[in-house]
Ligand binder design. Structure first.
Ligand code: MSP
Length: 507
């Protein structure tokens, strides 16, 4: 049986249409999911939307519609966006799904019945836009440490989760699983800022919020939106039915991919809840950095971004995918700008990859009517190319295991650079002039096509649209896990060259 791999994105707030920052997490998760599928894993890739809470209710009221009507529209838009970015998710969960709501109520009740949730009084400082409660010491200049906005004091009867009880167990979890929180800097931040000062019990219900999942045995209380949201990762698999096929097969998650500001919810509250429920904790929480624009957060209110589909229609799906995957070391913050996207596209996609495929295929058509076999007239330097091609599997697996996605792509594009260099070294146009060099010329073209083919097998994980165009031109079905190394005995009967990328003129 294939090994399984369960990867999730955060479930996004449908408070407004999604921007390139949301695309960032989702494209990265898609590339990882596709890469694992390529290696033969049985992958479950989940994304979705986190639809409850005061902020959404407020937005809906402003728009003069019900919260459900409000989110339905945004979700339709989000699904269209994911389709236009070739996102290969297996399941899209909505926290307004009936099955999710029932499961969250059951989880809450179980924790209450076993004493991990109890009733008390809450007095605290609440940030409405972030749906977060803060203690006085966590505020920065008296404001929300996440978004910098005003917080307000709230007192209410509420249910609490005994988070404090799990302090040592959490430290133990981090200790025993050094990869549980990555990058490592985020782990140190969490331990020093949140765990070491002492975990307080967490308020997990609100009476002030109406748009949410009610506590079924005390319905004036609505379940705290983060308990509702985090549970999505197991309710989608059928939990609390532990015998559900999906749950048995895919839980625990292999990676929760999240932005840095929500790492603490995933690495503290979530594993503590799971420990309380007596089920396995996820294997890894990876907190990536933010894409920023002009040094600041991408923000609707600042109006500093376009609908991501505008970038797709101007530059193409894979220019956008490539940019977000390649430009920024995964984990760190990075800048998004159209200028940088254009430069990346022209340098790597047009000059390197597009040019290589175009040159190679054109020569194969020109000299051999597109029919190429390996005549095995080799030179020593051929082996250099074959070696890097055959090493790709090992290198990429290592990079992707460490979620060094940008480095993985760089290694992959190194093959295309090497192939371009190989063309310069072997000078096919010179060989073409000499009748007795015909077999060498065909070998050179074979080596190029076969190297491009192998690299394109992997390219499917990152740039699926481009990979499928290249395979169409190569006219081959050798695209899968069993065809990842340089084969001396393939042959090619090429289709017409498809144009891969247009050079983008800077306006
Ligand atoms: N609903 C919660 C997540 C619940 S998961 C159980 C939430 N939603 S969000 O819509 O505000 O953000 C979702 C994700 O998008 C976060 O991981 C966040 O870091 C990411 N991004 C939002 N803007 C971003 C950038 N500008 N850059 C990179 N990622 C960004 O939090």
């Amino acid at each position: 049986m294939n090994k399984k791999f369960y990867i999730t994105t955060p479930i996004y707030y449908p408070s407004a249409n999604f921007h390139i920052g949301h695309c960032y997490t989702t494209i990265a998760a898609d590339a990882i999911a596709r890469f694992k599928r390529l290696l033969g894993y049985d992958v479950f890739f989940q994304t979705g939307t986190d639809e409850h809470g005061a902020k959404i209710a407020q937005k809906a009221a402003e728009a003069g519609v019900t919260p459900k009507e409000y989110v339905d529209k945004i979700i339709e838009n989000a699904k269209d966006l994911w389709q236009s970015l070739d996102i290969s998710y297996d399941y899209f969960i909505r926290t307004t799904d009936e099955s999710h709501k029932k499961s969250v109520q059951a989880i809450f009740k179980q924790l209450y019945n076993q004493g991990d949730i109890y009733k008390g009084k809450y007095k605290g400082l609440y940030c409405v836009p972030c749906e977060s409660f803060w203690t006085e010491t966590q505020l920065i200049d008296g404001k929300c440490p996440d978004c910098g906005r005003e917080v307000k004091e709230v007192t209410e009867e509420a249910y609490f989760f005994k988070l404090s009880k799990y302090q040592d167990k959490l430290l133990d979890l981090y200790e025993k699983n050094s990869n549980f929180i990555l990058p490592i800097s985020r782990k140190n931040e969490l331990v020093n800022n949140f765990i070491k000062p002492g975990l307080e019990d967490l308020c997990v219900s609100r009476t002030s919020v109406k748009w949410g999942i009610p506590v079924d045995f005390d319905p004036k209380h609505v379940i705290y939106v983060w308990i509702d949201a985090l549970s999505n990762y197991i309710t989608s698999l059928g939990y609390p039915n532990k015998d559900s096929e999906l749950f048995k097969k895919y839980w625990p998650a292999d990676i929760h991919l999240v932005g840095k500001e929500i790492t603490r919810f995933h690495a503290i509250i979530w594993p503590a809840l799971l420990m309380a429920l007596g089920i396995d904790t996820p294997k890894q929480v990876f907190g990536h950095g933010w894409l920023v624009i002009n040094g600041g957060k991408i923000s609707k209110s600042l109006g500093n971004y376009k609908d991501p589909r505008e970038y797709i229609s101007s530059y193409g799906i894979d220019a956008v995918r490539y940019f977000v995957l390649r430009e920024v070391p995964f984990g760190a913050d990075g800048t998004f700008s159209e200028e940088a996207l254009i430069n990346r596209t022209n340098a790597d996609l047009v000059n390197n990859l597009g040019n290589l495929v175009n040159r190679t295929v054109s020569m194969a058509h020109k000299y051999f009517n597109g029919k190429i076999e390996n005549k095995k007239i080799s030179e020593n330097y051929d082996n250099e190319l074959k070696e890097v091609v055959n090493n790709l599997d090992k290198v990429l697996i290592e990079k992707m295991d460490g979620l060094k996605i940008n480095e993985a792509l760089d290694e992959l594009f190194e093959i295309f650079r090497k192939c371009n260099k190989y063309i310069d070294e072997s000078t096919p146009w010179v060989l073409a002039k000499e009748e007795d060099k015909k077999d060498r010329l065909e070998t050179v073209l074979y080596n190029l096509l076969e190297s491009i083919r192998v690299a394109t097998v992997y390219l499917q994980a990152y740039l699926p649209d481009t990979a499928s165009k290249i395979f169409k031109t190569l006219n081959t079905d050798k695209k899968d896990n069993n065809n990842k190394s340089f084969n001396e005995d393939n042959s090619y009967n090429l289709s017409e060259a498809t144009h891969l990328f247009d050079r983008i003129e800077v306006k």
